[in-house]
Design a protein around this ligand. Structure first.
Ligand SMILES: CC(C)(COP(=O)(O)O)[C@@H](O)C(=O)NCCC(=O)O
Ligand SMILES: [Mn+2]
Length: 865
């Protein structure tokens, strides 16, 4: 059916509808002029675009619906039935599987912005909308002065009306959303050091929001929707830019800021030492270099404006205004007893020195009691708030675990600077990458790292360390990624304490660690590209994509090397995931597909012998052999350079045997006896009810390591849930692949067969179906669930709803592999028994974590506390 004509009386709310016209019906009298049309499949109205049109920048926040690529396969359906998971309430989550994009344009280039909106059809619900007709009645939410100034232009160019939202309402709504929904949205910035702060969403209010635009507003935010502008000052960003322009002849705000980097304010400001003959005024705690009077020195000398360096003027101005704002903000926080002060607005724009100066003022006047905080998305508060003002989009229902921030390929180049349209399809990405390469490396020109030392030793309002040539003005200009909204993600319910849980084991805030791991990833790149290109048949197209991927990922690494906090708080898990995401961006679905297949086949061929060997053992030897088997088979890891070198030296089975033979206890971490005691020891303790086995690699790892262990648990009456990746990552097995592997294994093993049937895994397996029903009741089930991620590591704060449901009845968690049990979760505490098994396949990590050597093994057992 064709979309209804533009003039029909279909209900339109002020938000942009995404019309699903399937099964549409005209209700009532067909002859009627404007009959009511029923759209039974139409979900709640969806908003797609909101704008904040400021004097210098236009900020856009827009939503794109994510094509739901997850297939509802048999495994998923049977897991849903068994674990009682519903399909989710689509109505309560209109924004299901979508993304929020943040884009900036310069206001003077408003036509670029209009072209962008038009090319993506954002004003009529996006390109993916079912609705294609031009809609002259469309309304877009907008805030900022430009919403008034440019209303006619939007009407003329796009045929849309701007629905103006109050700027302050938007700012507060945007800040509330970000602070509640984005982990580490806030950060402090002192002496050039940025530190991300985790705000407890349940303990956010009250706070002071200081918005520094042309003027400054200070807003006390008490709760959602309740706030009051308690103070402000007319000395703000406009003052800096206005006075600065007059005094220095700078052509832009950024130029003025940049000048300040090279300035020395003591040539302009009157310092305490100038008054006290070079001495401190120590009685009241003022050092000689404290500013006594901003611009005070210029009164006493017979100098003209031209006698002063513009750099010095800019710095004095910047410090005068920043200190003043910091001071007034602190006094207001004090006045209302507010613990937190967040600064945002056009004046800050991620400028390191500005942030340091404000922080310094707050710190100074509060005697260290209060801290200034800044927001990663501060430039987008208004636009986000305008977006939130659409009704019924469901955005405010989202919580921190529903959001995943990803950094697409453009991120390293655009930095925090103003940029245009994000890149769309694959060809666009490749050609952009090629163009960039022709231009050389100018866009990624490295930012010098800020040396930690270099204190001036000056007291009072002194020079923050990030001033000067050590830091480029936008070094802190944070990238904001694309926010993926995934309302199906949940916190893993077996975590002992979500508040103290930190997935990453290694702290990449340590520069030497960061440098090392960035190099590891960079060194691995050529091999990865080879595999990726080969996985797509080695075609010219695949090669082109491979090149583009390599450059895009290298650029991310280079960006992070120069500015480790550019993408927010960085952990090794994020880096490893970014690599996989980058591959997917260039349409490499599964770079290790054929390797995985080959290894699965080879391992399945020797499985029957292994099972027979195990069945001949007494239970104690068998349990030990099984754990040894898991550790030994974890050597099949295509992400480890050392292991990949090993694979050239023998067949899969030879390497597996060699690895098994080397398994000598005690392992570097060896809690086997504790685990054995729980499994075989006290017979009064019943077997575990349900075990979650987080599996790792394909091939021997899962087939000869984890499946035999699963079989043992099943034999002992424990239900087993194999937890595997939702998306491919290196040679990790996925939840999609696992049922076929289990089905193959089940051909050689009755225990696995019955359990897999009971778990609904072998619906179509070629096994005698007639006797499966009666046998079902005699076996505990074996199931497969997806973990919700596509990375070699796992962040248990954000897992699939399947896994969360499966965890409810589980009393044993087994995490396997370096990514899941070492890089992440080594220190994780669980509410139930936990076993962490991995071979350390990296020398440095072995030394760092366990003071050991490469190929050492970890068997860490922690009973429920
Ligand atoms: C990517 C990995 C975490 C995967 O390990 P796994 O979880 O498969 O045991 C690991 O291979 C790794 O840390 N590799 C990089 C270090 C290196 O090449 O030595
Ligand atoms: Mn792996």
């Amino acid at each position: 059916m064709a979309p209804p004509a533009g003039n029909s009386s279909i209900h339109r709310s002020s938000s942009r509808p995404q019309l699903d016209v399937s099964k549409a019906e005209i209700q009532g009298n067909l002859e009627e002029k404007d009959p009511t049309i029923l759209l039974p499949n139409q979900s709640d109205d969806l908003s797609h675009l909101a704008l904040d049109i400021g004097g210098s920048l236009i900020k856009l926040v827009y939503f794109s619906r994510h094509e739901d690529q997850s297939s509802d396969d048999k495994r998923k359906r049977s897991v849903k039935d068994r674990l009682g998971i519903s399909n989710g309430n689509r109505r309560s989550y209109p924004i299901l599987g979508g993304r929020l994009h943040f884009v900036k344009f310069e206001t003077r280039k408003i036509n670029e912005c209009l072209d962008f909106i038009s090319s993506k059809q954002l004003h009529c619900g996006g390109l993916e909308s079912h609705y294609t007709g031009a809609d002259r009645n469309a309304i877009i939410k907008a805030t900022g002065g430009g919403a008034y100034k440019y209303a006619d232009l939007f009407k003329e160019r796009l045929g849309v009306s701007l629905d103006k939202e109050d700027e302050m309402d938007c700012l507060v709504a945007g800040a509330n959303f970000l602070l509640k929904a984005i982990r580490h949205e806030a950060f402090t910035h002192m002496e050039g050091q940025k530190e991300f702060v985790q705000i407890d969403p349940n303990d956010l209010f009250p706070y002071l929001l200081v918005n520094i635009g042309s003027g400054v507003s200070m807003i006390k935010v008490d709760e959602e929707g309740k706030f009051e502008r308690v103070s402000g000052t007319n000395v703000g960003g406009g003052t800096y830019w206005g006075l600065g322009r007059l005094l220095t002849k700078c052509k832009s705000f950024d130029e003025l800021l940049e000048l300040s980097q090279k300035g020395d304010n003591s040539n302009i400001d009157m310092l305490v030492g100038d008054i006290y003959g070079g001495l401190d005024y120590s009685k009241i705690g003022l050092s000689a270099s404290t500013i006594a009077s901003s611009f005070g020195k210029t009164i006493s000398e017979k100098k003209e404006l031209s006698d002063y360096r513009p750099e010095d003027i800019s710095l004095s101005l910047l410090r005068m205004i920043s200190y003043n704002i910091g001071q007034i903000a602190y006094l207001n926080a004090l006045r209302f007893g507010l613990k937190r002060i967040f600064f945002g607005g056009f004046f800050i724009r991620g400028h390191a020195y500005t942030m340091d100066t404000i922080s310094f003022a707050v710190h100074f006047w509060s005697k260290g009691e209060a801290q200034a905080m800044f927001l990663r998305h501060e430039g987008f508060l208004g636009a986000l708030g305008a977006f939130m003002s659409y009704e019924k989009h469901g955005l405010d229902d989202l919580m921190v675990h529903h959001l995943v921030e990803r950094f697409p390929m453009g991120a390293p180049y655009t930095g925090g600077k103003i940029h245009g349209p994000p890149l769309g399809d694959l060809n666009e990405k490749i050609s952009w990458m090629e163009k960039f390469l022709q231009k050389g490396t100018e866009i990624t020109a490295p930012v010098p790292m800020t040396p930690a030392s270099g204190t001036t030793g000056l007291g009072g309002f002194e020079v923050p360390l990030s001033k000067g040539s050590t830091l480029r003005p936008d070094a802190s200009a944070l990238n904001v990624g694309v926010l993926h909204l995934v309302p199906t993600l949940e916190v893993f319910p077996l975590l002992a304490d979500i508040k103290t849980y930190e997935p990453n084991t290694i702290d990449l805030a340590d520069p030497s660690e960061l440098e090392y791991w960035l190099k590891v990833l960079s060194d691995h790149l050529p091999d990865l590209v080879d595999k990726a290109v080969a996985s797509e048949g080695g075609t010219d197209d695949a090669k082109k994509r491979g090149d583009a991927f390599a450059h895009a990922f290298s650029a991310h690494l280079a960006r992070l090397m120069e500015e480790p906090t550019a993408y927010g708080k960085l952990g090794l898990a994020n880096l490893l995931e970014m690599r996989e995401e980058c591959l997917r961006e260039f349409h490499f679905g599964d770079a290790y597909k054929s390797i995985k297949q080959r290894e699965n086949e080879a391992s399945l061929a020797v499985l029957p012998d292994l099972l027979m060997e195990l069945d001949g053992m007494d239970e104690e030897t068998r349990l030990l052999t099984l754990i040894e088997g898991v550790l030994a088979a974890n050597i099949f890891d295509w992400g480890s350079r050392a292991c990949v070198e090993l694979y050239h030296k023998g067949t899969i089975i030879e390497i597996y045997r060699m690895s098994r033979n080397k398994m000598q206890r005690p392992w570097r971490v060896d809690d086997f006896d504790g685990f054995k005691e729980r499994i075989l020891g006290d017979k009064k303790q019943p077997p575990h009810r349900r075990a979650l086995l987080f599996v790792d690699n394909s091939g021997a790892d899962v087939v000869l390591g984890m499946l035999p262990l699963a079989r043992e648990l099943l034999l002992r009456g424990t239900e087993v849930v194999l937890v595997a990746n939702s998306l491919p990552a290196l040679n990790d097995v996925t939840a999609m692949e696992l049922p076929d592997i289990v089905a193959e294994a089940a051909k050689h093993c009755d225990i696995l067969r019955r359990a897999a049937e009971a778990g609904g895994l072998l619906v179509d397996a070629m096994i005698n179906a007639s006797d499966s029903s009666k046998e079902n009741s005699s076996s505990v089930p074996l199931m497969v669930v997806e973990n919700g991620c596509g990375s070699p590591c796992i962040d248990l704060r954000q897992v699939s709803s399947e896994l969360a449901a499966a965890a409810k009845d589980a009393d044993l968690v087994i995490l396997e592999g370096m990514g899941r049990a070492l890089h992440t979760n080594l220190n994780a505490q669980f509410k139930c028994d936990a076993l962490k098994l991995a071979m350390v396949k990296n020398q440095r990590l072995a030394e760092k974590l366990v003071k050991g050597n490469i190929y050492d093994c970890i068997c860490k057992y922690e009973p429920a506390s």
